[in-house]
Design a protein around this ligand. Sequence first.
Ligand SMILES: Nc1ncnc2c1ncn2[C@@H]1O[C@H](COP(=O)(O)OP(=O)(O)OP(=O)(O)O)[C@@H](O)[C@H]1O
Ligand SMILES: [Mg+2]
Length: 377
Amino acid sequence: MNAVATETPSRIRPSRPDAKLRCEGLRKVYGSVVALDTTDLDMPEGEFLTLLGPSGSGKTTLLMLIAGLLAADAGKIWIDDKLASDLPSYARDIGMVFQSYALFPHMTVFDNIAFPLEMRRWSSDKIKAAVEQTLELVRLPHVADRYPRELSGGQQQRIALARCFVYRPSIILMDEPLGALDKKLRDQMQFEIKQLQAELNATVLYVTHDQDEAMAMSDRICLMNHGGVEQIGSPHDLYFRPASRFAADFLGESNLLPGRVISASEQPEVEMLGLRFAARRAAADLAEGNPITVMLRPESIEIGPGTAPNGLPAVVERVTMLGGVVRSVLRLGDGTEITSRSLTRPDALVARPGEPVSIHWQPEAPVLISRETTRGA
Ligand SMILES: Nc1ncnc2c1ncn2[C@@H]1O[C@H](COP(=O)(O)OP(=O)(O)OP(=O)(O)O)[C@@H](O)[C@H]1O
Ligand SMILES: [Mg+2]
């Protein structure tokens, strides 16, 4: 090792070689509003990461800071291991797609897609080839000569995607790009964006407040709340191992029940609704006597006949048929409300309101969550 202390040049940061984007200590404040609390975020190349969270949780703020359209109060951003946070927006090699398609109305589809290439002074031959190839990619090769107003909403959004993908930006940021489309078109476009992303191995940071969209599209979800990261992980992680009440509540439906740690031995035991059971899955501090929240997903609640042994007695309050799923709301003896979901089967016995039943769940179903883990509640 060299005797002289070596300093890492500030513009090049040693990091995991696969970190396409790295944010460190990013923060944005408006007067007394903390739009984004100090936030770190890493994305490997080719990842599809979704910022999910309620309105006002800081999703757009984080995106705008990365794009350089907003100046951060603190923090640094690296793209491909190069410091990007003091570069202007246009020099960051970032593509953006917004909810409003932001196509130029007076330009044809061809000229709209060619625009970023013209700005980069590509030759006209190269531009023509790239635009044609990208129109094929979004499956609209026949609309090059049309104007945006001559396209449907879904087609316009595909052209906006084409205009972003055409110059192969290092990172693509999308803020609710499907927000203006109807449900069916949304589903189709979700699939198409995923396909496009996979085909090009693009690194995509996507914003939505639709949990189904986030679950369907993402490699990882970054759940935001009150300007900060509540939890980051795969859709599976967030759904099955939520780290907080907020996460359990935000993603999917859940029964959140009060419980208490009875013994904190090697195999901790928990009490809930008068039942004692072994803690199998916990994101909580299991110290003896600690109050905890127990999460039970509705699909893990099984309903049996009222006469079944070892079940928890309940009365059916209401039953709703949701197509492929039946949702039942049940009331326990102490007044607690429990929701159950099961697949619809024509031959299945569906309990009727007022009927006494018993409920059960598998031993690994309960997830234990600390009572006070939610940010800034
Ligand atoms: N220019 C601004 N001036 C003052 N406050 C702002 C400004 N922009 C954003 N905020 C505040 O910062 C917080 C985060 O806003 P942001 O737009 O990032 O939320 P979001 O998660 O994108 O919400 P949505 O889902 O509604 O788009 C909000 O409380 C918002 O009111
Ligand atoms: Mg927003």
